[in-house]
Design a protein around this ligand. Structure first.
Ligand SMILES: NC(=O)c1ccc[n+]([C@@H]2O[C@H](COP(=O)([O-])OP(=O)(O)OC[C@H]3O[C@@H](n4cnc5c(N)ncnc54)[C@H](O)[C@@H]3O)[C@@H](O)[C@H]2O)c1
Length: 446
């Protein structure tokens, strides 16, 4: 978002914004600040246009980063993109609002009159109206300012890490709303200056609660769509059906074109938590004690258990016991061609295998170290010879392009494809050479 804003230009081609990124004085915050200060993107990314745009901003000198919150005092616009977490105790979701509230308070205490505060964080419905607005009124009152002296708006990113990372911000549709109509106008004016709104028109909603709800409903729909496939995956494997073939046939119908495919599970920072936000907000922010959210709750439960099905399937392929078996995971990030391991389904999968006594090693072209598992990864695709099993656990292009039979050579591990990267031709060739290859979502030998 910082690069997108710093890359915005007027019709005459002039730089529109002087951008400062603010992060915490923590190891990861300092790492991000140091990288941006050098003109480098802090994560490995396959989006070359993002890397180039950042270099360009660095050369122009209109993007910097700091831990100094006093910079809010000079801001016309403050965009909040910080986390708002949720934890689970006995399946009961508990919102952690304190860090977000404190950050917002720090901004409101400092920003000049007339500034726009744009909340882009995924927040529980009601946050802007019921949690942030009272803070805004209190802090502006303490500064002897009117309650509308600072504009509060909400608009959520639909950012997609991967090849089109930057474009997923600058060339994609946006929903927004303001706490007042002036705030909505200020938000519209700002978004119009950074997004191609002619190609991707903005959608204004009537309230910030509606805009917050849109983000959560959108992500819960996606997560539920994935969860829905789980029971069909298990059915197809038992009934000897290729579920990919079935879904391809169904997807021809325009009304069903976005039905999801089988896989190892759902990961990332968003889809694994967002379905819990509205049920939590209903009781903890809005005081709607009587409402129930069976789909949201079931979605989270099903998706959390999905990697365990893949682990059970691998165990079966290895004769029912993975104890002391050497297992190679190919891909540990949660999504194709990105280096993000947060809440990756490969983590629950690997953990289940480790708990059963397996020895797990991994390679991912986008990751050197797997912090959640405290595991050093191979720096290049290793020889398959020492392994009893090879599992494709993220659909990176490198694995799709891999000539599996040549790489395996004389090695004969069991191969489990959880993410549909081994095509039918390769599966058949491997089987002709005596290699056991199975997939999630397909019956035995398909
Ligand atoms: N990553 C995505 O693809 C994506 C997409 C849509 C929405 N979101 C939402 O955007 C938000 C941020 O997600 P992310 O993936 O960028 O998270 P992230 O953890 O990668 O980045 C957030 C950053 O905020 C910093 N931070 C935390 N508290 C701060 C404070 N008080 N002041 C300054 N900096 C602070 C953290 O140190 C961290 O560097 C979340 O609400 C997420 O759900 C993310």
């Amino acid at each position: 978002m910082a690069v997108a804003v710093a890359s915005a230009r007027s019709k005459e081609g002039e730089v529109l914004y002087q951008v400062t990124g603010v992060d915490q004085d923590t190891a990861s915050g300092r790492h991000r600040i140091a990288a941006l200060t050098r003109g480098q993107f802090p994560f490995r990314t396959t989006d070359e246009s993002l890397v180039e745009a950042l270099v360009h901003c660095h050369q122009q000198g209109n993007l910097s980063a700091t831990t100094d919150e006093d910079v809010y005092a000079k801001a016309d616009v403050v965009i909040m993109d910080i986390p708002l977490d949720i934890s689970f105790q006995d399946d009961y979701p508990r919102l952690h609002l304190a860090n977000f509230e404190a950050a917002f308070r720090s901004v409101v205490r400092r920003v000049p009159k007339g500034a726009l505060i744009l909340v882009e964080t995924t927040v529980p419905p009601g946050t802007c109206e019921r949690v942030l607005r009272p803070i805004l009124i209190e802090e502006l009152g303490a500064r002897m300012l009117e309650t509308d002296a600072v504009h509060l708006a909400h608009s959520y990113e639909r950012v997609m890490p991967g090849e089109n990372y930057l474009k997923s911000i600058t060339h994609f549709w946006r929903v927004y709303a303001g706490i007042t109509s002036q705030a909505a106008d200020a938000c519209e004016e700002f978004l119009t200056s950074i997004i191609d709104v002619e190609g991707y028109p903005l959608v204004r909603l009537a309230s910030t609660t509606a805009s917050e709800t849109a983000k959560l409903m959108e992500n819960t729909y996606r997560a539920t769509n994935i969860a829905f496939i789980d029971e069909w995956t298990k059915f197809a494997e038992t009934a000897g059906i290729d579920l990919y073939e079935v879904i391809d046939a169904i997807r021809i119908r325009p009304t069903h074109s976005n039905i999801r495919f089988p896989g190892i599970g759902v990961g990332g920072y968003c889809l694994t938590k967002d379905p819990a936000f509205t049920p939590a907000a209903a009781t903890q922010i809005l005081n709607y004690q009587e409402l129930e959210f069976p789909f949201s709750q079931l979605t989270l439960k099903v998706n959390q258990a999905m990697p365990l099905h893949a682990a059970a399937k691998l165990s079966k392929l290895l004769g029912g016991d993975v104890h002391d078996k050497e297992i190679l995971l190919l891909g540990v990030s949660y999504r194709q061609d990105i280096g993000d391991t947060r809440f990756s389904p490969a983590e629950s999968f690997a953990q289940a295998l480790l708990n059963s006594g397996a020895k797990v090693k991994a390679f991912d072209p986008f990751i050197e170290e797997w912090p959640e598992m405290d595991l050093q990864l191979f720096s290049r695709l290793p020889s398959p010879t020492p392994f009893d099993a090879v599992v494709f656990s993220a659909p990176h292009q490198q694995f799709i392009d891999l000539d599996l039979l040549s790489w395996l050579g004389l090695a004969r591990p069991v191969v489990l494809d959880t993410v549909n990267v081994v095509c039918k031709g390769q599966r058949d060739l491997c089987r002709q050479s005596g290699i056991k290859v199975e997939s999630i979502g397909r019956g035995v030998g398909l």
